[in-house]
Design a protein around this ligand. Structure first.
Ligand code: GDP
Ligand code: MN
Length: 400
């Protein structure tokens, strides 16, 4: 789960990390009061969307100006004006895609004078199964670009969970960033705070880009991006509360209500599969035969007919879906339940695209009988390869 910058900064503040005072604003009328509660001489107005690159982004609507989603202003009036111009507009950044994201919240904060912009992140390093620090002198830029063009400018190391964070970790980062004097001590403290926040709240990513050195020579967190392990949210009600569902893909949101593992993708073949491994294999084999999956959907082991119906409805509601492949290996999941769910869903929402079904395992004959007797135009398949080949061909035929 992702959260907004202002929410991440509140957590940083709670853990003693240096962040500016700020106010979040959801309605234009509130902007001036919010800004007047903050001290100048700089007020920074920042669009709150779950995507980075806001500073270099642009608004679709001309009346929002073309100055991007982060604006440095010099008065309360100017800050309020910029906030008003952003609210309700669509911000497009390299991370939002061309559709952009609607700005429903704006953060106004006390600005700082910047001497240097640095990069700092904590993440879960899958190769070592440990939490890793990533630091670079090249802050403010895309770290992917730095990694591609000048990887020697990135320091990265994992922390041994047996010892946890130690001051030498912080010193190592401080020296690689060229920090001096009091900044070294600030860095050791800040890294400790970030590590504590990361582990205590079961985060997946904590990125400060840029971490800056102010004109006065202090370390300061200017931006903050955080995401959390969904599977750990049960023990963090305070974090779960920060969820902003308006930022999420509506289909994924609907799926999460029914406890379905659904992820929207860019392709045209909708997949309904049981088991994450089989779902992966299904996506691979679709690609092998020249198609592209429109989603990843694992209905799970003990899905009910209702759950299967909802899953099927979510797939058919995607206008990009030009064909559907149901691939079930019935172990715990019964093939007849899948068949009933599919038939039920089609009764409710219809079926305008080819449907290939491959069923195998528990109650497979009953499942096939239900589909055959339903009058649905189902293309039956014998095995996984056959199924993938048939759906790719059927989609090609439809497109002509
Ligand atoms: P992003 O573009 O979505 O990553 O948003 P950031 O919060 O990183 O802001 C983008 C850029 O705006 C930063 O790299 C800074 O150069 C600038 N910026 C943000 N806050 C301040 C501030 O308080 N003072 C100044 N002078 N610039 C700022
Ligand atoms: Mn940033």
């Amino acid at each position: 789960m992702n959260i907004h910058e202002y929410q991440a900064k509140a957590l940083l503040r709670e853990y003693g990390a240096p962040v500016s005072d700020g106010r979040v604003v959801m309605r234009a009328e509130e902007a001036k009061t919010a800004a007047s509660e903050l001290d100048g001489p700089i007020w920074v107005v920042k669009a709150q969307i779950h995507a980075g690159g806001r500073g270099k982004g642009h608004f679709k609507e001309s009346d929002a100006g073309d100055k991007g989603g982060v604006r440095v202003t010099r008065s309360v009036e100017e800050a309020a004006e910029e906030a008003r111009r952003m609210l309700g507009r669509t911000l497009v950044t390299h991370q939002t895609g061309p559709k952009g994201k609607t700005v429903n919240r704006v953060y106004i904060e006390e600005g700082v004078d910047i001497d240097r912009e640095l990069y700092l992140a904590l993440l879960v390093d899958r190769s070592t199964s440990r939490i890793a620090f990533v630091a670079s002198t090249e802050g403010g830029m895309d770290i992917e670009e730095v990694a591609a063009k000048s990887p020697e400018k990135i320091l990265s190391f994992a922390v041994d969970p047996a010892t946890g964070y130690q001051p030498f970790h912080g010193r190592r980062i401080a020296f690689s960033l060229g920090l001096e004097g009091k900044q070294v001590k600030q860095c050791v403290q800040l890294m400790g705070a970030l590590y504590r926040l990361f582990t205590e709240k079961d985060a997946e990513l904590l990125e400060i880009n840029p971490l800056v050195i102010t004109r006065e020579g202090n370390l300061h967190c200017l931006d903050a991006k955080m995401s959390f392990d969904d599977n750990a949210l049960g023990r963090h009600p305070d974090i779960a509360e920060l969820r902003d569902t308006s930022e999420e893909d509506p289909k994924e949101l609907e799926a999460s209500k029914y406890d379905l593992n659904y992820i929207a993708l860019d392709g045209e073949i909708g997949c309904m599969v049981n088991g994450a491994g089989l779902a992966m294999a299904t996506m691979d084999i679709i690609k092998l035969y020249g198609g592209e999956p429109a989603n990843f959907l694992d209905v799970g082991g003990g899905a009910t007919r209702e759950k299967v119906t909802e899953a099927f409805k979510i797939i058919t509601s995607d206008p990009n879906v030009k064909g559907i492949l149901v691939n079930i290996f019935g172990g715990i999941m019964r093939c007849d339940i899948i068949a009933e769910g599919v038939v039920e869903a089609v009764k409710e929402v219809g079926l305008n695209v080819p449907l290939v079904v491959r069923l195998e395992g528990t109650n497979v004959e009953e499942g096939k009988r239900i589909l055959n007797e339903s009058g649905l135009n189902v293309i039956a398949a014998d095995d996984l390869a056959d199924a993938a080949k048939k759906i790719v061909e059927a989609v090609k035929a439809v497109k002509g």
